[in-house]
Design a protein around this ligand. Sequence first.
Ligand SMILES: Cc1cc2nc3c(=O)[nH]c(=O)nc-3n(C[C@H](O)[C@H](O)[C@H](O)COP(=O)(O)OP(=O)(O)OC[C@H]3O[C@@H](n4cnc5c(N)ncnc54)[C@H](O)[C@@H]3O)c2cc1C
Length: 439
Amino acid sequence: MHAVISGAGISGLATATGLAGLGWQVTVIEAAPAPRRGGYMIDYFGPGWAAAERLGVMPALRRHGRIYTAARYVDLHGRTTGRLPLASLAHVTGGRYFSVLRPEIEEALRESLPPTVDVRYGRTVTAVQQPGAAGSPVGVTLDDGSTLTADLVVAADGLHSCVRRLVVGDEVDLLRPLGFQTAAFTCSHPELAARLGDEVLLTDVVGAQVGLFALDLGGREQRPEPDRGRVSVFVIRRGGSRLPDDPRSAVVDELARQGAWAAAVADRVPDAPYLDVVAQSIVPRWVHGRVLLAGDAAHAVSLLAGQGASLAIAGAVALVDRIAADEDLDAALAEHERTWRAVVEPVQASGRRAAGTFVPRHRRDLWLRRIVLRAARLPVVSRRLASGLTGAATTDRVLRRPRARRPASSRASDRRSAGRPRTSSRPGRCGRGRRRGAS
Ligand SMILES: Cc1cc2nc3c(=O)[nH]c(=O)nc-3n(C[C@H](O)[C@H](O)[C@H](O)COP(=O)(O)OP(=O)(O)OC[C@H]3O[C@@H](n4cnc5c(N)ncnc54)[C@H](O)[C@@H]3O)c2cc1C
């Protein structure tokens, strides 16, 4: 069996590892010319923990993982307005929680990628053809004109998925913006890194938030050389779907507005910082013949829900388990969509709820948050907050292997109810969506 996977991000690499483990031939098509180095800090917890263990990548992830002791909030004058002890996050997740850069997750996954997997950088899919009868192979055309034939195509090319556009339709109808824009970059600032230490710094202002993380925990841990004196920065601000024409200036201006801590990195914004709308993918069907949408392409939950990376790995493991358990690939895909939707849709709903409160709209929201943060000094309150932050989906229930192969009759009825389409290709080139920057 041959799978073509569009995207060598977290979802694509995890799926490639899992399918190669089943003996599949796997080709991964990645638009970036080389592994992406830019990125942002990710809180890693939830179903992706057990999934990473299953894939054998947890030792590598742990090597990269960082434990910050607290999130410290500061106002425009640099005064500390609250402190959320992060030990409570470790507590409610049973110690299965750390912070890790997105490119470090990808690096860990690449390390475990079987050598048989063919990863092609600097390439994109330009057309997908499913001409034959149900279950027949899919034709894939790449931007260099070459063609591949696959038993399964996995669209793991992120929020602005190219394969999704070719097979399902324009993202305008499939992305739900949550009213924010986000930017991220890492920079060298040894003095700031030392001052941050092992605390995450979050600005406590109206309309936006900046987060600063010292990659080397202020030198308090023996970290690899590339981390020394470096700081990871994210910015989130209220805003619509129209991205600024000059992302760098927009990020510099926002940092300058957020007080001295944030302004300290304003002169280190790269020429093309990552900048995008904060949105969820709401896609009515993930399975289109032998094309499956996965990860953010199928079900982006957004950074407001904070489990996208975890769900990308866990979803890959759930898919591979399902394929291993069912001789009928089409039935396995339909069943995967049915069971995995039940996991991700509540997380998406929690992300939408968080959109109302994530960034204070008015001064009174600020005050309310400060009162809550003050109460968080009490362990019982901080654990409550942590439970809320990590969400209800923090469960390994979703990763139980499917029990047995089901009889052919029930698989046939699945196929009928899934209403499997005969998708035709929509030739054309894929742009970079609305996202700006290199990450
Ligand atoms: C600022 C920020 C903070 C976040 N914080 C968290 C967090 O704390 N916890 C958490 O779990 N999640 C977090 N997330 C979400 C998480 O990063 C995503 O959910 C996760 O990366 C999704 O993985 P993916 O592989 O599906 O997509 P992506 O990571 O987007 O990977 C898609 C891959 O496809 C490639 N690609 C794109 N277009 C094409 C094309 N046309 N052809 C071929 N390849 C293509 C891309 O280059 C990339 O390699 C955050 C996201 C952001 C933006």
